[in-house]
Design a protein around this ligand. Structure first.
Ligand SMILES: Cc1ncc(COP(=O)(O)O)c(C=O)c1O
Length: 395
């Protein structure tokens, strides 16, 4: 059977691959602590589950919905962003998709012509580059010189090409957990507007902000920036709803309408039952979402100082959002005599029984990503295992 040459170039998701490897070991009975996954470990709050069950029982979840989502859900998304960020969108500026991952996929399909470039500040989430490739575009990795892995206008100036079409900004960032400050975003936004570049703002972690830090969405920084931005978010991380697959894009009505047309031929519509659950999540009491956020904050405060103090682990800035730590482990790898970060990660899994992801998946091969979406007890156990592993291997 013949396979498209372009598709054969696409790499499997490294985070999902690590997760699968870990789950296979666990299935064999090995006691692995899994810090490789990018999803909250809580189950979806009861009122959201109840809304889904009601939608099934009443029969309303039985049918196709509009391709771009139920009008009530689009309204709920507009209301929530108005409340949280003070920014106004109307339902014709919203499309609901099968997770934010498909929002991003759809964006690249719609905005890119073959051979056009998308700027991806390093480190970047594993799927952006492959999604750009699948849309026929070029992913341009942008080395970052700003504080804490953040891209500056000078970095963007150095990377821009005549065919640059878009720029992805992810804050809080996966994998580093760092947040862009308003002034940093404003400079980037003004630069993108001046070059007529579409900003893809991946705000999926915007509700997981810790220790009094503040989140700013780039769309709040002026009308011109807002008009140049496609804002991506979803319910997966805030409401512990990764399995339900509901994400969304907010942007100018014309682009959203075209995305709608493409989606109508691709997915039809996101699962109706998940859409009813998302309405309950966005319009209901936020108490449980806030409690989950507080739990992540507590875990960060517990585990960060310990991981940062491990020999050869370089993690000078405490993350401010999301649920990841992204230390540079170059020295640790050397201290233990491994040839590469990947060998170190493999040994952590098979010998210390702690699963993490190599930074190569995020274009920073000297780093590893540890997710703290796990119980405090497991996080402390994982720390003890890594510490013991280091003591055993250090030469
Ligand atoms: C940075 C980033 N963007 C988007 C997504 C996609 O989220 P979902 O498809 O679950 O809505 C993820 C999930 O891991 C992510 O880390």
């Amino acid at each position: 059977m013949s396979i498209s040459k372009d598709v054969l170039k696409v790499q499997p998701s490294a985070t999902l691959a690590m997760s699968a490897k870990t789950k296979a070991l666990i299935a064999k009975g090995v006691d692995v602590i899994n810090l490789s996954i990018g999803e909250p470990d809580f189950t979806t709050p009861e009122p959201i589950k109840r809304a889904a069950i009601d939608a099934i029982e009443s029969g309303k979840a039985s049918f196709y919905t509009p391709a771009g989502g139920l009008p009530e859900l689009k309204q709920a998304i507009c209301d929530r962003i108005q409340l949280e960020d003070g920014v106004t969108y109307t339902p014709d500026q919203v499309i609901v998709t099968d997770g934010a991952k498909f929002s991003l996929f759809l964006i690249f399909q719609v905005i890119l012509n073959a051979g056009e470039d998308v700027l991806l500040p390093e480190p970047f989430w594993v799927s952006y580059a492959e999604q750009v490739h699948l849309a026929g575009g070029n992913a341009i990795a942008v080395p970052t010189t700003g504080k804490d892995h953040k891209v500056t206008v000078a970095d963007l100036e150095a990377a821009i090409t005549p065919t640059t079409q878009a720029l992805v900004i992810n804050s809080p960032q996966n994998p580093s957990g760092l947040i862009y400050e308003a002034a940093e975003l404003k400079a980037i936004g003004d630069w993108a507007v001046a070059h007529d570049i579409t900003i893809i703002a991946d705000d999926i972690y915007s509700n997981l902000i810790f220790n009094g830090h503040e989140f700013t969405s780039i769309v709040t920084l002026g009308e011109a920036i807002k008009q140049h931005t496609l804002l991506v978010s979803g319910v997966s991380k805030t409401y512990s709803m990764t399995g339900w697959r509901i994400g969304y894009v907010l942007g100018d009505a014309k682009t959203i309408k075209i995305m709608n047309t493409v989606a109508s031929h691709a997915t039809g519509n996101p699962a109706a039952v998940s859409q009813y659950a998302a309405i309950a999540a966005l319009t209901g009491d936020q108490k449980e979402a806030q409690a989950m956020r507080a739990a992540f904050e507590d875990r960060l405060n517990t585990i960060y100082p310990k991981i940062a103090a491990l020999p050869g682990f370089d993690l000078p800035t405490k993350p401010q959002g999301a649920f990841y730590l992204f230390p540079n482990v170059k020295k640790a790898v050397q201290l233990c005599g491994f040839a590469s970060t990947e060998d170190f990660v493999e040994a952590l899994l098979t010998q210390a029984h702690v699963a993490v992801v190599s930074g190569k998946a995020f274009s920073q091969p000297d780093h590893i990503r540890l997710s703290y979406a796990n119980s405090k007890e497991n996080l402390l156990k994982a720390y003890e295992r890594i510490n013991q592993f280091m003591q055993d291997h250090m030469q």
